[in-house]
Design a protein around this ligand. Sequence first.
Ligand code: NAD
Length: 270
Amino acid sequence: MTGNEYLQGKRAVVTGGSRGIGEAIVRVLHHAGAKVAVNYRSSADRAGRIVGELNEIRPNSARAFGADVSDPKEVAAMFSSIDEWVGGVDVLINNAGYEDCRHLLDISYESWTKVLHTNLTGPFLCTQEAGRRMETQFRADSASSGVIINLSSIHDSVPRKGFAHYSAAKSAVAMLTKATALELAEYNVRAVTVAPGAIRTDMNREEIAQFGEHRFREWIPLSRVGETHDVSELVAFLCGPQAAYVTGSHLYVDGGYMQGLVQYDPRPPR
Ligand code: NAD
């Protein structure tokens, strides 16, 4: 016990939780006292290792659940298995994401649907499954509340070449958050979008190396690439009681990237 288990007794589901930002979120929610369902699509070994480590710290506090979030049957089966394990859901983190860099004119139908289904249909399906459980849970116990966090991207509002499908999906998921906040507020469920900038994970490690990290330092006002903990700590805060009045909000966690788009004017010098 650390004395700061503000999520003690909460049951959290993190999609795409076996690496990157998802893994960091799994670890920080667990550290705050939650029981965590770690969703993975194909990395059973990685998910198993993480869960093993967490259960060493607190027995039966984490479990891995395989499911493709874009498949309605697999998502339904996963939530049923989570019910059998912990009997419900208090926190859902829609983190699983997929990108496929292609010129707009070269995006195949398959690429379009995979990107849309992973980044948008997945959060929709998981929100329905979690939301239906939260509806009955929190109606019965008005002192409790639920939280749904959707991971978007700075590219939900700033387009980027090669990412038309990704940007369209992330933009839509930000609106899904607002609809969720509006419709589930009566069940005491909050929903928030967290939109990262450049965060160092497997998704973009090569890209950062290819462009050169010094260029990201020039582009980003806080002068560094983000780390997974920059996102996971914010997500955990938003799940906790300090954020009890925050819903429908959209938060960029980008080191000011979105504010530094005017690159051509170095005045005034200091
Ligand atoms: P990542 O590629 O390292 O991890 C994504 C995880 O999602 C992986 O574990 C992957 O297996 C899982 N996943 C993909 N498709 C899935 C599916 N159909 N079902 C279940 N799981 C699936 O990516 P990351 O960098 O950790 O990104 C996490 C989230 O943050 C994503 O939604 C991403 O779009 C978003 N994001 C990341 C960055 C960044 O710079 N890394 C920036 C903006 C937004």
